[in-house]
Design a protein around this ligand. Structure first.
Ligand code: AMP
Ligand code: GLY
Length: 416
């Protein structure tokens, strides 16, 4: 099978790595790709948001399967353009990707499907904003309706800050605060059958002890030893299947990766958000544990044949990933800094590896930073403590001037 992955983050590197380990994959391409995907997947320059350009590239490469990584191309309709060219594509249509592209749309689908989520108001005027903030009280949860790379959400005790963020958003969703730990649960679906993956936990705040601003995610681990073993079945029944059924009923079936961001509250599981693609950095740890070859599952989802798929097989190992971010991330990151230490990772080490996100090769062939989240060091081990130890040993081998990372990824879970 010839596979083309669209995107250039650590998630796409993790997808390429898993696909490169699948014996059914005969050719692997990544567009645009990054300095880390290059050795395992042929890179092609492409504007990932340009559906016609992506479809042309897929046709030229005679791809049997296109996997669209990030949300922006999905929301822009890139999966539709690829499918219209007669090529199988893993990723939802533009219509179905609104589940991520518009928080108000997601709320509407959840209401229709009876999916448990925070009570909310969609507001467009200062009066509506003030009424909603007063109705819920602190802590205030204010969400930009549109895509914001994980940075459009403000959770604050400060009414003035909440109001200011809401006014800056235009259309905004204001909702009830959900307490309790967060879980990311991914499911692969063909629009009908839903195959949940193993749950993971992400660390959204920039600094240790959940201090600092929200980011795209600073680290993750899987499995979740503290979670109820029935969690996956419960979320399949109350969240994932009803959502997929509702979108099919509306005539806009969702095929691809449905990501449920959940809060485990004292009153039960609630959806915080849906995403329409693999999460980053959770994908790094979930795919590290998946034993079933990936390409076949994604192809079956893309071609509506997931009902025939045998149950997924999982490694009992734990996995931890730690993100190394540029100076000033999640603000405007400093880029162009040389990354040292990459050659200290043996390419045949199956227990610790580096996934690239914002990296590129400069004119001298050196790998330099090119974005906010730069690298994601991933490791496995027989338990979380061992995986964590390996991941941080890997982080210590890398040098990037001005960079920062969290030192507490998976710590609480590893310590029980
Ligand atoms: P989102 O982009 O919707 O995932 O929100 C980013 C982060 O904001 C989440 O991972 C949560 O940590 C936090 N958050 C979002 N919605 C809520 C909520 N209703 N209650 C508490 N925290 C929230
Ligand atoms: N890790 C959060 C996300 O992918 O949106």
């Amino acid at each position: 099978m010839k596979v083309l992955v669209i995107g250039s983050g650590a998630r796409e590197h993790a997808l390429c790595r898993a696909l490169s380990l699948d014996p059914h994959v005969t050719a692997l391409h990544c567009a645009p790709g990054n300095a880390g995907t290059e050795p395992i997947a042929q890179s092609h320059p492409v504007d990932a948001l340009d559906g016609a350009a992506v479809a042309d590239l897929a046709a030229r490469l005679e791809a049997d399967l296109v996997v669209v990584g990030p949300e922006a191309p999905l929301v822009a309709g890139v999966a539709d353009a690829v499918r219209e060219r007669g090529i199988a594509c893993f990723g939802p249509s533009k219509e179905a990707a609104r589940l991520e592209g518009s928080k108000a749309f997601a709320k509407d689908v959840m209401a229709a499907a009876g999916v448990p989520t925070a009570r909310s108001y969609v507001c467009a005027s200062p009066q509506e904003i003030d009424t909603a903030l007063a109705a819920f009280g602190p802590p205030y949860v204010v969400k930009d309706d549109g895509l914001a790379a994980g940075k459009g959400v403000l959770v604050t005790e400060d009414l003035d800050a909440a109001r200011e963020h809401a006014l800056a958003c235009g259309r905004v969703v204001i909702e009830e605060f959900l307490d309790g730990p967060e879980v990311s649960l991914f499911a692969i679906t063909d629009g009908d059958t839903v195959l949940p993956l193993q749950p993971a936990q992400d660390f959204k705040r920039a600094y240790d002890a959940d201090e600092g601003p929200n980011t795209g995610g600073m680290g993750a681990y899987s499995p979740l030893p503290w979670a109820d073993p029935k969690l996956v079945d419960e979320v399949l029944e109350t969240v994932l299947q009803p959502t997929v059924d509702e979108l099919r009923r509306r005539g806009t079936p969702f095929s691809g990766l449905l990501y449920a961001g959940l809060a485990i509250t004292s009153r039960g599981v609630r959806v915080i958000e849906f995403n329409a693609r693999f999460g980053d950095p959770e994908t790094q740890v979930v795919l590290a544990r998946l034993k079933t070859p990936l390409a076949g599952v994604l192809h079956n989802a893309a071609t509506g044949r997931l009902a025939d798929e045998p149950p997924l097989r999982w490694s009992p190992d734990a996995a931890v990933t730690v993100v190394i971010a540029s100076h000033n991330y999640p603000g405007t990151p400093r880029t162009g800094d040389v990354i040292e230490g990459l050659d200290e990772f043996a390419s045949d080490d199956s227990r610790t590896w580096v996934l690239h996100a914002g990296t590129r090769r400069d004119d001298d062939g050196r790998v330099v930073s090119a974005g906010g989240r730069v690298l994601s060091v991933t490791a496995t081990g027989s338990d979380l403590a061992k995986a964590r130890e390996r991941a941080y040993a890997g982080v210590a081998r890398l040098r990037l001037d001005g960079s920062h990372h969290r030192t507490d990824i998976a710590r609480a879970a590893a310590e029980g």
